[in-house]
Design a protein around this ligand. Structure first.
Ligand SMILES: Cc1ncc(COP(=O)(O)O)c(C=O)c1O
Length: 406
């Protein structure tokens, strides 16, 4: 007997919906309150930003960590710190959050998109090679969903072609690639501490690097380019994180492994429970033996040919079952977004019609990214979900997909 999905009038699997919530403990709250009571709220003169930076360098094994106001400003700082500017091209993936590319535009450079690998959904090194021109300055690699990209291949290409590699590790703090922490492999890595990320400060981020020069520039860019009292060496920003945010981040970082273990358990149970529809109705990136997945998102790819409804109907149906953690990341690959398609200039013609560029870029089809964007269903993984939550999520997926099977 076919079970009727809730969206078709059946009884929802979850009367109490599964919703994402960050994990904030009493210790987190106490520390933030203590900082608020201390009156030292800004990083200038405070100690919590330094403490968070020190712990990040230990956790990631990098020489430097520089806290900033969010993951977007972290990318902007990283791009500028490696010298990306007008006339440069930067290669990135189209299957990511907008900030991976808009920060290239903020730096007045041209984003160029390479296609993705259909198995991991990460940027494909072979496609990077095809996208390199004499203008290419850097590659922004995104470890999508917490799954690290093929860094060995990417670093080899970068070395051969003299390019900088920026690891957008917004979604992958805690992930590892062949024993190295994601974010610590390229020339510079960026982190986000948005509430859905591995650890959170509400809004927040960091730049990490082993390169002393990049670290110096990043610190200056974060704080107005000030090298002495009211002495400004380069045009910087105010991208600082507050002290109470840094304290929250520090407190969260103390239990990051526990946070990841919770998500790992959920993902393992979910993978086991949906095995019987794998390959037939769905596929999903399974971590290779040399990968440690940070499990920010669980990405399911629908076998649309075997279903009689659209992907959006499937997501609505999962939400109707009470799996409100289901969403779509990302429905439109960036090369199809209006900001790119229309080449909406900011400022007077830059970056696309910048005289330093003097070329015409075109954004052609990227079949793998388009394929993924059309069929991806995303479950946002939370640190507070239980094994029962994973079983319910699997039940909802199977109920919905089996019902809509052609
Ligand atoms: C891949 C990626 N890059 C960058 C960012 C930007 O981070 P933030 O939201 O902290 O500015 C995000 C955040 O969602 C992201 O997912």
């Amino acid at each position: 007997m076919q079970e009727l999905p809730a969206i078709e009038g059946g009884k929802p699997i979850r009367p109490n919906p599964l919703r994402y919530k960050p994990w904030i403990t009493d210790d987190d709250i106490k520390l933030v309150i203590d900082v608020l009571k201390s009156g030292q709220l800004s990083a200038i003169g405070g100690r919590w930003n330094t403490a968070l930076e020190q712990e990040l360098t230990k956790y990631l094994s990098t020489r430097h960590a520089i806290t900033v106001s969010n993951g977007t400003t972290a990318l902007h700082v990283a791009l500028k710190a490696v010298g990306v500017g007008p006339g440069d091209e930067v290669i990135t993936t189209p299957f990511t959050f907008a900030a991976s590319a808009t920060t290239i535009l903020h730096s007045n450079a041209i984003p160029v998109f390479a296609d993705i690998n259909k198995e991991t959904l990460n940027i494909d090194p072979a496609s990077i090679e095809e996208a390199i021109t004499d203008r290419t300055k850097a590659i922004v690699v995104v470890h999508l969903a917490g799954y690290p990209a093929e860094m060995n291949d990417i670093m080899k290409i970068a070395q051969e072609r003299g390019l900088y590699v920026i690891e957008d590790t917004a979604q992958a703090l805690g992930a590892a690639y062949r024993g190295k922490m994601a974010g610590s492999i390229g020339h510079v890595g960026t982190l986000s501490f948005y509430p859905t990320k591995t650890i959170t400060t509400g809004e927040g981020g960091a730049v990490v690097t082993n390169d002393d020069e990049i670290a110096r520039s990043a610190k200056l860019l974060r704080n107005h380019g000030e090298t002495g009292k009211y002495y400004y060496e380069l045009i910087g920003y105010n991208y600082r994180m507050t002290e109470f945010q840094a304290a929250l981040g520090y407190s969260q970082l103390m239990r990051i492994e526990e946070i990841i273990r919770h998500k790992e358990t959920f993902a393992k149970v979910l993978m086991e429970e949906i095995q019987d529809v794998e390959n037939d109705l769905i596929q999903f990136p399974r971590p290779k033996p040399y990968i440690r997945h940070a499990w920010h998102l669980f990405q399911l790819l629908l076998n649309l040919e075997k279903l009689r409804v659209s992907r959006d109907r499937v997501v609505d149906a999962l939400r109707a079952e009470g799996i409100e953690a289901s969403t779509v990341a990302y429905p439109i690959p960036l090369h199809k977004e209006p900001i790119i398609m229309n080449m909406a200039n900011h400022g007077k013609g830059c970056p696309w019609s910048c005289p330093y560029y003097g070329k015409k870029v075109s954004y052609g089809p990227l079949p793998n990214a388009e394929w993924a964007a059309e069929r991806v269903v995303t479950i946002l993984l939370g640190p507070l979900y239980t094994t029962e939550d994973a079983v319910d999520t699997a039940k909802a997926i199977k109920r919905v997909l089996n019902y809509y099977r052609r």
